[in-house]
Design a protein around this ligand. Structure first.
Ligand code: NAP
Length: 253
């Protein structure tokens, strides 16, 4: 990994949601451009070696700083070091951004209903998209569905309300739908593929998955992505290829 590909950035803020979930914000160099939904490659020096991981950007492309949302992977070389991050620390940022989980990829069907389905830290790219006015202008309905194990892992809930109030002002088609899979008393508590197959998700939202109008983005647990993709295909939706089709995905680890 050539170090010239990276710039050195400073940590400006660290926010801890739980023992294993945290967010951090760092300086953004002028050369770092990205589209909402893309990811950055962040490096840490571990025992004199640069260790690099991909992180979707939470911030909007118009922000002056860069925010990321992370889980601590037990015994993971990267996050077990990253979790001790403090304001003022230095991180390496690869100069270019990556990824195709962007709204620009959709040509057909035309934008009408947007479903953003996340598990855990897979929420990040959707927060970026929701902080882009273009997203709100393009879609009549926007459903942000966020599955976590326990209520304490529901990070960013207040920010989501603030983002919807600011960026979606005057937009009446936004719904935030939390799923808490290990709380049997939660309104929605089954895994996403089950909630799609049995129609409960559509019932909760009041909208159906429709091959003619739905853009569905999946981000998070790779097994969730696979299983949910299959559940959506059963409903007649297709993978988005060369601009056409309903489903776009990003595995998160
Ligand atoms: P998670 O296990 O991904 O669970 C988050 C949500 O996804 C829960 O609601 C969970 O439901 C649901 N889910 C899990 N598998 C699913 C599937 N096949 N279909 C549908 N929904 C599914 O939890 P997490 O806390 O985000 O991550 C857990 C572990 O994943 C971490 O401890 C870490 O080892 C690894 N991870 C690694 C990275 C990385 O960058 N290397 C990033 C994130 C996570 P249930 O409650 O039913 O399981």
């Amino acid at each position: 990994m050539s170090i010239e590909k990276f710039s050195v950035e400073k940590v400006l803020l660290v926010h801890r949601w739980t023992n294993t979930l945290f967010s951090f914000t760092m300086t953004r160099p002028a050369h770092f451009k990205f589209t909402a939904g893309q990811f950055a490659r962040i490096g840490l020096m571990v025992d004199g070696e640069l260790v690099v991981r991909a992180y979707s950007v939470v911030s909007s492309p118009f922000d002056e700083t860069l925010e990321f949302f992370s889980i601590v992977v037990p015994e993971g070389a990267f996050t077990s070091n990253l979790q001790h991050l403090k304001v003022g620390d230095e991180l390496y940022l690869e100069k270019i951004s990556y990824g195709y989980l962007t709204l620009a990829r959709y040509q057909q069907p035309l934008p009408k209903d947007l479903w953003l389905l996340a598990t855990g830290t897979g929420l990040a790219p959707f927060l970026s998209m929701l902080q882009d006015f273009e997203t709100w202008n393009k879609y009549q309905h926007i459903n942000l569905v966020y599955s976590v194990r326990t209520a304490s892992e529901l990070a960013y809930v207040e920010r989501i309300q603030e983002i919807a109030a600011t960026f979606g002002e005057g937009h009446s088609g936004f719904q935030f739908v939390p799923i808490i899979t290990r709380d049997p008393n939660a309104k929605l508590h089954d895994r996403l593929p089950i909630l799609i197959a049995n129609g409960e998700l559509e019932k909760a939202v009041g909208l159906t998955f429709d091959p003619a109008t739905s853009h569905v983005m999946l981000c998070g647990n790779p097994q969730m992505v696979d299983d949910t993709k299959e559940a959506l295909k059963q409903r007649g939706l297709t993978m988005n290829r060369r601009g056409e089709g309903n489903i776009a995905v990003e595995n998160y680890w």
